[in-house]
Design a protein around this ligand. Structure first.
Ligand SMILES: Nc1ncnc2c1ncn2[C@@H]1O[C@H](COP(=O)(O)OP(=O)(O)OP(=O)(O)O)[C@@H](O)[C@H]1O
Ligand SMILES: [Mg+2]
Length: 271
């Protein structure tokens, strides 16, 4: 019996490209890495997922159980064109979840990347048909490394931690996204912002939450990630919250976040 070969339309080929989500804020400690690791873990339940640890502190790599060695082939070797991207990809123990690790050595060496801002985009092009979702964790600063992430991404996801300085740098971040969109990457959109480390038992948090939703409107996602000690414990075991304690409030919140993000990505892509 001969098998029937169904030709792929261009539209279908287009659909094979990954949605690339950069997690970014210009404030430290808002939950970028926690989001990158746990969102990637949730996405991997149904999507072929690649987590790119684009932050020299390598917290995403450690959070997924990959401590650093000096011989690692990391995102730095990819960006500096020392190794092809496929050599840097680690297949994790979790089905459908791959990782490009980072390494602390990259803190001092990122200056060597000069002004090459399309390196990550070009590297990801080589593997984008292998994945449905690519998530990029970033440092909280402006550098050529972050620049590469925004040139490569289609979406920016912004975790906000409520404190007196919650929105410092927020307008600047939106302006920066607009500039990258105008100059390099017309596909770039802000997917949304969400509150992380929320504590519903304080009136101050409740009132700032209301102000955020009033002032940022549609930019705010519905999901709120509660403060949950299990989310802080999980990285010590090299596991995402789903694998550390899937019944924890943090696991529940990241399931909701992933559902909302994947729904929005599809909607925005279709539109
Ligand atoms: N919802 C949460 N509940 C409890 N702890 C959390 C939560 N989100 C993050 N944390 C903890 O807060 C700290 C900062 O989070 P994280 O490392 O994800 O922030 P970051 O934005 O990546 O920081 P940096 O800007 O330094 O890269 C970590 O110790 C993390 O475990
Ligand atoms: Mg981080």
């Amino acid at each position: 019996m001969t098998s029937v070969v169904i030709p792929m339309s261009n539209e279908y080929v287009e659909d094979l490209k990954a949605e690339i989500i950069a997690i970014l804020t210009f404030k430290g400690g808002t939950g970028k890495t926690t989001t990158a690791v746990n969102l990637a873990r949730e996405c991997a339940k149904t999507k072929r997922t690649l987590l790119v640890d684009n932050a020299p502190q390598a917290n995403s790599s450690k959070g997924l159980g990959y401590p650093q060695t000096k011989d690692d082939i990391t995102i730095f070797e990819v960006l500096s064109k020392q190794n092809p991207i496929r050599e840097a990809i680690i297949k994790t123990e979790i089905p459908n979840l791959d990782l490009i690790p980072s390494n602390i050595k990259y803190i001092r060496r990122k200056v060597e990347l000069g002004s090459h801002s399309v390196r990550l985009k070009n590297a990801l092009k080589e593997v984008e048909n292998d994945y449905d979702v690519i998530i990029i964790d970033n440092d909280p600063d402006y550098s050529i490394v972050t620049h590469n992430a925004l040139v490569a991404a289609n979406h920016v996801l912004i975790p906000i931690r409520i404190d007196a300085y919650a929105l410092d740098g927020f307008d600047y971040l939106l302006e920066y996204v607009d500039e990258i969109k105008d100059d390099y990457n017309p596909d770039l959109k802000v997917l949304g912002a969400f509150i992380n480390q929320y504590e519903s038992n304080t009136n101050l948090m409740k009132s700032i939450k209301k102000q955020l939703y009033d002032s940022l409107g549609d930019l705010m996602l519905n999901t709120v990630v509660r403060k949950n000690i299990k989310l802080a414990e999980a990285p010590f075991t090299g596991q995402a919250i789903h694998d550390y304690d899937h019944k924890a409030a943090g696991a529940e919140d990241f399931r909701s976040l992933a559902e909302e993000v994947l729904g929005l990505v599809r909607t925005k892509q279709a539109g």
